[in-house]
Design a protein around this ligand. Structure first.
Ligand SMILES: Cc1cc2nc3c(=O)[nH]c(=O)nc-3n(C[C@H](O)[C@H](O)[C@H](O)COP(=O)(O)OP(=O)(O)OC[C@H]3O[C@@H](n4cnc5c(N)ncnc54)[C@H](O)[C@@H]3O)c2cc1C
Length: 292
C-alpha cells in the first residue's frame, strides 16, 4: 500500500487509457500528486524506499509494455494543470496541456506559442522532449522551469541550463519531475494569433492521420534526412504488423488501427528500422519512449 499526502493513489491502472497509442498493460500503482510539494514528497519517499518510478505526462510520446509495469507511475496531469498569465509570461503547472497554454496565450494576446497549439503533450512532457513543430521549439520560449529532484528538493532552472537539444533536454531519461514551466512570449494581435493556430491546425489535419491513435512521429529526424521520406522510399507505406500500420497518410506515423498491441508496434518499428537501413544505410532512432 502507498500513502502520500495530497495525492490520489490508484492500483491496477490500464495504461492504454493513459497513452495516445491506446496500447499497453496495467500500471501496478499510479500516484497523482496535487501540488508541487506533494510531488517532491512522493519522490523523496520512493527514493528512500529504493523504488524506481516513471513520470507520466499526457502519454502522447509513450509505449507501455503489454505486460504492464511494476514500478510506480507518477502522473502529472489534471491535478497540476493551472495556467496563469503574468504580463508577457504564461506560467503553467506541468500537467497543463500545451494546447491549453497556447490558447491562454492567445486569450492574453501573446504571440510566440502558436506552433505548440497542436502538440498533444503536457507542459512538463513538452519541456522534457523539447517538443517542436513548424519551425518552433519549446526551448525558444521557455523562461524558467521548476522541478523536483529524487531527494525531494525543489529547484528553479533557467532555460540556458536546461541543455535543450533536438527532442531532448536536461530532463530526458532522468528521474527529476518538472512541476511548472514559464513561457516568455511577446505582445501580439489576437486575430493574427488565432489565424496562425488555425492555419497550423489545418496543416496537421491535412497531413497527419489524427483519426487514429498514435504517438506522432515514431522516429527522430535523422541528420540531413526526413524519416517519413526514407520510410516511404523503402516501400514501407501501409506496411503492418498485427494492428499496427505505417500510416498511408504520413509514413512517419505508426498508427493503431484498432486492436494493436505494444508488441505489434515494437515489431513494426524494428521492421521499419531494418528495411530503411538496408535501403538507404540510415539508422532510424525511436522518438517514442518505451516503458517496461
Ligand atoms: C498526433 C500527435 C502529434 C504529435 N505532434 C508532435 C509535434 O508536432 N512535435 C513534437 O515534438 N511532438 C509531437 N508529438 C509527440 C508528443 O506530443 C510530444 O513528445 C510531447 O511533448 C509529449 O508530452 P507528454 O506530456 O504527452 O509526455 P509523455 O508522453 O507522458 O512522456 C514523454 C516523456 O516525458 C517525460 N515526462 C512527462 N512529463 C514529465 C514531467 N512533468 N517531468 C519530467 N518528465 C516528464 C516522460 O517520463 C517521458 O520520458 C505528437 C504526438 C501525437 C500523438
Amino acid at each position: 500500500m502507498y500513502e502520500f499526502e495530497n495525492c490520489t493513489v490508484r492500483y491496477n491502472v490500464q495504461m492504454k487509457d493513459y497513452t495516445t497509442f491506446k496500447t499497453g498493460g496495467a500500471a501496478r500503482v499510479m500516484i497523482e500528486p496535487e501540488s508541487p510539494l506533494a510531488v517532491a514528497s512522493v519522490l523523496r519517499k520512493l527514493t528512500e524506499r529504493g523504488e524506481k518510478y516513471y513520470v507520466l505526462g499526457n502519454g502522447s510520446n509513450l509505449l507501455v509494455s503489454d505486460r504492464g509495469i511494476d514500478c510506480p507511475v507518477i502522473h502529472i496531469g489534471k491535478n497540476l494543470s493551472e495556467i496563469k498569465i503574468d504580463g508577457d509570461r504564461v506560467i503553467c503547472q506541468a500537467g497543463a496541456l500545451l494546447s491549453s497554454a497556447a490558447y491562454a496565450a492567445y486569450k492574453g494576446s501573446l504571440t510566440g506559442m502558436e506552433f505548440a497549439h497542436g502538440i498533444p503533450g503536457s507542459a512538463g512532457g513538452g519541456v522534457c522532449m523539447n517538443a517542436g513543430a513548424y519551425g518552433g521549439e519549446l526551448k525558444d520560449i521557455v523562461d524558467w522551469i521548476d522541478y523536483a529532484a529524487p531527494t525531494g528538493e525543489v529547484y528553479r532552472m533557467d532555460c540556458d541550463t536546461a541543455d535543450f537539444g533536438y527532442r531532448k533536454s536536461f530532463f530526458s531519461d532522468k528521474n527529476y519531475v518538472v512541476t511548472a514551466v514559464c513561457f516568455k512570449l511577446r505582445e501580439g494581435n489576437g486575430d493574427e494569433i488565432l489565424a496562425k493556430m488555425k492555419e497550423l491546425g489545418e496543416k496537421r489535419r491535412d497531413k497527419q492521420p489524427l483519426e487514429y491513435p498514435s504517438a506522432g512521429s515514431a522516429f527522430k529526424r535523422p541528420q540531413g534526412y526526413f524519416a517519413a521520406a526514407l520510410i516511404e522510399e523503402a516501400g514501407l507505406k501501409g506496411t503492418s504488423v498485427g494492428g499496427a500500420e505505417v500510416s498511408k497518410k504520413h509514413s512517419g506515423f505508426i498508427i493503431n488501427k484498432g486492436d494493436a498491441t505494444t508488441e505489434d508496434v515494437l515489431s513494426l518499428m524494428e521492421k521499419v528500422k531494418m528495411t530503411v537501413f538496408d535501403h538507404s544505410g540510415v539508422k532510424l532512432e525511436a522518438e517514442v519512449k518505451y516503458w517496461e
